[in-house]
Design a protein around this ligand. Structure first.
Ligand SMILES: [Cu+2]
Length: 490
């Protein structure tokens, strides 16, 4: 009862905030909020209190609730963590302070480092975040009940409450986590962190394994592993380094490496086949994407990983003379192209194979916001899929800026770009960066039943409508998105 009232209170303040936002945004002409009072994302029924709506949701014999979809007990090693969301005063390098929302007092929150095959158990506690919180495990193909999307897979966790996530870390790689309640606000306020799943057996050999998160914190600006001043990482001459880059900001970060040739060994936690050394190219790390690099420390001097535009986003590895100036020299360097990188390897997933369903999604920037096929969340019809099917999506973008499109719960293979099949390594991603004029075809196997969001990971765009659902037939949810429940995922 108490919880219900708290939700109601949150709903009222959310409704008031939404009204203010509506007035402001309408005045600015740049978008409108898209939350109704209540909508069920499985049935798309508009009123949770409507009896007919309830009948549509999860009560018939042929449906299974998202909450019932969990990883079976495998006897895997259990790794337990506790993450407390809390209001925290952060002290920056220049001595100033900023009010942030953190997990366990820091942003990014603690790195969760586990092994492939482990069961990851994370107790999320909300100490004092009035807006409610969740944790979404970006890129990790968790079962539906653990996906952490407020109003789809769970209710937002209110102050004083907790929620325990449990899933098998079944694919190694570099991932991250963030609140998926009012995510466009909460990620910028600091509710992010990193999860690294180490391989059972190394697919690449290295001596050092570093991970860095780029973020843009409200009031502080760009930070790299929580520092506004760049980062020093200790590596000795001759050591081979794996460097995991995580972009938790809302925009593409163009990252260069000065001092050594390097390989891109993984994107979005998926190894590339036969990567070859490159130099003087900028990696276009789209919002939410991850790039893992491999390089050998030079005998003299250091290695500088730097950002094309933001000086604070720099990591210096090793001692000796800095190569930053060297880096500056190649500001006009070409942009890395994953469509022709690495070595082909036919895994049977090809543009001309038979697909069970093909959908076209046209991403748009309009006067009033951001759209998919001309509609904004929650009015975009969900894509329906059935377990076991192969799905092809044609993604189109013809406007300004870029959109990193993220599909929850799945990896997808990039089939073609602008009509041409990839010529290098197979590339599997969870987030694909659409730039003006791009047409991508991607494919995924519907192998993880559930209700999955697909949205732009410039979270401001998602909040202004560029968001939708990919729904498996027969999966229901007892939760509702909207101001009535206070579940506001974007
Ligand atoms: Cu976008």
């Amino acid at each position: 009862m108490l919880r219900f009232q708290r939700n109601k209170r949150a709903a009222r303040s959310a409704a008031a905030a939404a009204l203010v936002l509506l007035v402001l945004l309408t005045a600015a002409g740049c978008g409108v909020p898209h939350y109704p009072a209540s909508v069920n994302m499985a049935s798309m029924s508009m009123d949770g209190h409507n009896h007919a709506g309830h009948e549509q949701v999860g009560t018939t014999a042929n449906t299974i609730a998202c909450t019932e979809l969990q990883d079976p007990d495998t006897g895997a090693e259990v790794r337990e963590f506790e993450l407390t969301a809390q209001d925290t005063t952060i002290r920056l390098e220049d001595g100033t302070t900023v009010e942030a929302w953190t997990f366990n007092g820091s942003t990014p929150g603690p790195e969760l480092r586990v092994h492939e095959g482990d069961r990851v158990v994370v107790k999320l506690i909300n100490r004092d975040i009035e807006e409610g919180v969740t944790i979404h495990w970006h890129g990790v193909a968790v079962p539906c009940s653990q996906d952490g999307v407020a109003g789809v897979t769970q209710d937002a966790v209110w102050p004083g409450e907790s929620f325990t996530y449990s899933f098998i870390a079944d694919h190694h790689g570099t991932y991250w986590y963030h609140s998926h309640q009012e995510s466009s606000e909460q990620a910028k306020k600091g509710l992010i962190g990193r999860i690294v799943i180490e391989p059972k057996e190394k697919t690449f050999q290295y001596d050092k394994d570093f991970a860095v998160t780029m973020q843009e914190l409200d009031g502080a600006g760009y930070m790299i592993n929580g520092s506004t001043d760049g980062l020093k990482l200790n590596a000795e001459p001759g050591e081979t380094v794996r460097l995991r880059l995580v972009n938790s900001t809302n925009r593409t970060q163009f990252m260069g490496v000065a001092g050594v040739p390097f390989k891109v060994i993984s994107m979005d936690g998926q190894d590339l086949n036969g990567p070859t050394p490159i130099t003087r190219q900028f990696l276009p790390v789209g919002a939410a994407q991850r790039y893992d690099l491999l390089f050998e420390m030079p005998q003299e001097g250091n290695v500088v990983v730097f950002n094309k535009y933001e000086d604070g986003l720099t990591a210096i590895l090793g001692g000796g003379d800095t190569k930053v100036d060297d880096g500056r020299l190649y500001k006009t360097a070409p942009i890395f192209d994953f469509t022709s990188y690495g070595t082909p390897n036919d895994d049977g997933v090809t543009p001309d194979m038979a697909f069970d369903r093909t959908y076209e999604l046209d991403f748009g920037t309009t006067f009033s916001g951001f759209t998919i096929n001309g509609k904004a969340f929650h009015d975009v019809p969900p894509l329906l899929v059935k377990e076991g099917e192969w799905i092809k999506l044609r993604l189109i973008y013809n406007s300004g800026g870029d959109h990193p499109v993220h599909l929850h719960g799945h990896f997808f293979k990039v089939l073609t770009k602008n009509g041409k099949p990839l010529t290098g390594s197979p590339v599997y991603l969870d987030t694909i960066l659409l730039e003006r004029g791009d047409v991508y075809e991607i494919a995924f196997r519907a192998d993880n039943p559930g209700l999955w969001m697909q949205h732009c990971h410039n979270l401001d765009h998602a909040a202004k409508g560029m968001s939708m659902m990919v729904n498996y037939e027969g999966v229901s949810t007892p939760y509702f998105v909207g101001t009535d429940t206070g579940n506001l995922p974007d």
